[in-house]
Ligand binder design. Sequence first.
Ligand code: PBG
Length: 325
Amino acid sequence: MLTRRPRRNRQSATIRQLVQETHLHLQDFIYPVFVTEGTQQPVEISSMPGIYRHSLDSLLKEIESCLEKGITAFAPFPQLPEAKKDKYAQESYRAGSLYLETIRQIKARFPEACLFTDVAMDPYSSDGHDGIVEAGTILNDETLEVLGKMAVAQAQAGADVVAPSDMMDGRVGYLRAALDQAGFQQVAIMAYTAKYASAFYGPFRDALDSAPKSGDKKTYQMDPANQREALIEAELDFTEGADFMMVKPALAYLDVISLLKQHFDIPIAAYNVSGEYAMIKAAAQNNWLDGERIMWESLLSIKRAGASIILSYFAKEVADLLDRS
Ligand code: PBG
């Protein structure tokens, strides 16, 4: 006689729904979007089918259609022409720059859109790095000054949450102080806490032309082999005042998501990055996998691991799927 028969709880759709531990809601998602100069048609990113680089006018339409679907949180990223990049990423805080103007116009048109803005030098850096490069070294404390100006400029433009994706030491505390000093106590910080030196960012760097011109990001992004080190980053971000912690990428780092969830009581986010999206899309296009089911299963795993917030290029497809079911 079997006393415990786990299958009893799987015997009907209703029971399965009752015992379902993890649910995905559209409200869990932040949708990353790309903005570029000009007024041209949106251009699809070849390695990210269904994802586009938008000019500002087209991005506003995209935001509007997302809001209609119920997506209310966005993470915009800018693509700049080489001519606007320099060693010190000065374009990142120039009043009237494409990115700041994008933030300003989105908030003016759609105050209900919540904007998580990117604080990092790489889209603006002629070196393609997240920090100032001097003789092959990424300078930490000098970079903080640039990040501080960038974050304050974004807050001024209307950012709800600034999201430092640079991995410089001390940046959360530095940004918190800079924001407070400028009167932006209410602007939150979502720290890219455990951001790994990952090959999964490939399609994103193509999308933004932001790949490092020389070297790699291993002196600031974390080693994929390390888990416990994420606790050090997390402890620092927490004490320095982060409101959200993020793990990035997501799928190859579910253990890290789970670890941070166990140790910290602030919301944990995970970035389901470009390469994770591209892999599923490529396999689905070949009919090697059922793309929609793989998407759902992957996103569920991220939430189950402990992320209550997911940045994902799949957000619109999630909206459509939830709408149908
Ligand atoms: C850099 C940044 C990267 C991503 C977001 N911000 C790439 C990198 O570190 O080179 C990647 C996002 C993705 O792959 O979807 N500040």
